[in-house]
Design a protein around this ligand. Structure first.
Ligand code: HEM
Length: 479
């Protein structure tokens, strides 16, 4: 054993404390703390989080080794306490271990919910919801009052996803009020917090109990459960095959006692799948739109350029179509640049090594937890010139896209666990932003200057702008 150990190169590792290891170095925004540590310890570093051996990779090359070269050996999930409660024992896609159930449920969702065909079929819903958004912003414009972009962007994605996936309008459900927005936020915050129970055996739960994490976890799980019940109740009477929405389909499969992998589909499976759509589907697109608007407000040159580009393409037409979006090349670069600096899920979702792998010549043993720090990769000066500058033009003559094949830009992750809804998410962001930018000019509230816009991040598994972005709209009148 001793001999075997010497064969291995020692992984760079910041010194830790007894029992908690490096946990105290993680902080409220783990992606930022880990980025700073990686500058000192390199693109593959080892941390001990409580008892859990963890490896963090922070460069495009080491991410490629994890997500491509060794994907099959490290594409399971570690099984965390907070995730277990919210996912009815890992019955959703995102937290499921790598097994036959995961393969089949993921395939089902890709075919029935995320496919290009499905995305096109929900375009009328998007158009209606965007029109409501434009109307409400027009009202603010006529009163010259500021609009809360964090809120507006989330309201848009919530209403689209609710109607498209759940077949219900968000109005009149638990989703319609602010309390629910808070619930989504809390669920994410909880999923992103590093819970002591996950790292310190036997006594960790006491810490979670003291910090209140255990209580908020139970409350989030209860509230979310109530929401699924409400959605399912609204779908009680069976519909004909063909006119069913996604929830109808799941309920029918349950009734037919369908089997996915080795699991017979139950009510809990359905709820867990709805959790994915709810959390992964609504927040991520809204966050991207909010950060994009923030960067545009801070960079007036880019704002003018993207608006001119969109308005020139549109001529005097009113309604932005899917075909138009394909022509908004500068907007697409703005979105990529936003994802480089503000990936919605900065550490992706954690993975766990299933059989020993080598990363950069270091041996990573079974059961090691792996985080890919996409946020750090986006700011790596070895990959990006002047990484702190928001410069969409850097994508002008480059073939880098966000679909998981270019490891310097990974907003959707990569490998087998890559986001299954890239097309749905991207088109949502493009369509929302195109409309905000086409129909309105945006100014800072009076007495505020560009330097006043803060870029603080709110903690969580997904990372949004912490303080609301307030901008004053002026309606663009088509000449
Ligand atoms: C701009 C929008 C979106 C972004 C940036 C985004 C990003 C991500 C990321 C980073 C992951 C983790 C990948 C990994 O661990 O390697 C992920 C996974 C996932 N996303 Fe998305 N996502 C978006 C939209 C959506 C939408 C609209 C849905 C569904 C309605 C969705 C459903 C999922 C699911 C189910 C997973 C888990 C996949 C698995 O573990 O097999 N996402 N997403």
């Amino acid at each position: 054993n001793h001999k075997r150990h010497r064969k291995y190169r020692q992984l760079p590792s910041p010194p830790g404390l007894p029992v908690i290891g490096n946990l105290h170095q993680i902080g409220e925004l783990p992606h930022q703390s880990l980025w700073k540590l990686s500058k000192k310890y390199g693109p593959v570093m080892h941390l001990k989080l409580g008892r859990v051996p963890t490896v963090v990779v922070s460069s495009a090359e080491t991410a490629r080794q994890v997500l491509k070269v060794h994907d099959l050996n490290c594409c399971t999930r570690p099984g965390l306490i907070g995730q277990r409660e919210l996912s009815y024992n890992y019955l959703n896609i995102a937290f499921s271990p790598f097994d036959d159930y995961w393969k089949e449920v993921r395939k089902l969702c890709v075919q029935e919910l995320f496919s290009t065909k499905q995305v096109h079929s929900i375009q009328p819903i998007k158009e209606e919801e965007v029109k409501k958004l434009i109307d409400s912003i027009s009202e603010s414009a006529s009163q010259k009052s500021p609009v809360n972009l964090n809120k507006k962007c989330l309201a848009l994605t919530v209403s689209v996803v609710c109607r498209a996936a759940f077949g219900v309008s968000s109005e009149g459900t638990l989703l319609s009020n602010d309390r629910f927005n808070k619930l989504i936020r809390e669920a994410f915050e909880m999923l992103g917090s590093f819970s002591a129970s996950d790292f310190i055996p036997y006594i960790g739960w006491i810490i979670d109990w003291f910090t209140g994490l255990q209580g908020s976890r139970e409350k989030s799980a209860r509230d979310l459960d109530a929401f699924y019940e409400q959605v399912i109740d609204l779908h009680k009477e069976g519909k004909e095959v063909g006119s069913e929405d996604f929830v109808d389909l799941l309920l029918r499969l349950e009734k037919e006692e369908a089997v996915l992998g080795n699991d017979k589909l139950t009510r809990n499976h359905i709820k867990a799948i709805l959790l994915d759509v709810l959390l992964a589907g609504m927040d991520t697109s809204a966050i991207t739109m909010t950060w994009a608007m923030t960067e545009l407000a801070r960079n007036p040159r880019v704002m003018r350029k993207v608006q001119t580009d969109i308005r020139t393409q549109m001529g005097n037409r009113e309604i932005v179509s899917m075909d138009d979006i394909e022509q908004f090349h500068y907007l697409k670069m703005v979105i990529k640049e936003t994802w480089r600096l503000h990936p919605t899920t900065p550490l992706l979702l954690p993975r766990e090594v299933m059989s020993e792998v080598q990363i950069d010549g270091y041996t990573i043993p079974v059961k090691t937890r792996i985080h890919v720090n996409v946020w750090a990769i986006g700011r790596d000066p070895k990959t990006w010139k002047d990484p702190e500058v928001f410069l969409p033009e850097r994508f002008m003559d480059s073939d880098i896209d966000a679909k998981g094949q270019h490891f310097e830009l990974l907003p959707f992750g990569g490998g087998r666990r890559i986001c299954p809804a890239i097309y749905m998410g991207t088109t949502m962001v493009e369509f929302g932003l195109a409309n905000l930018l086409y129909h309105f000019d945006w100014k800072l509230p009076e007495a505020m200057v560009v330097e006043d816009i803060d870029m603080e991040e709110a903690p969580g598994l997904t990372v949004n702008k912490k303080n609301d972005l307030l901008l004053v709209p002026t309606k663009y009148l088509n000449p």
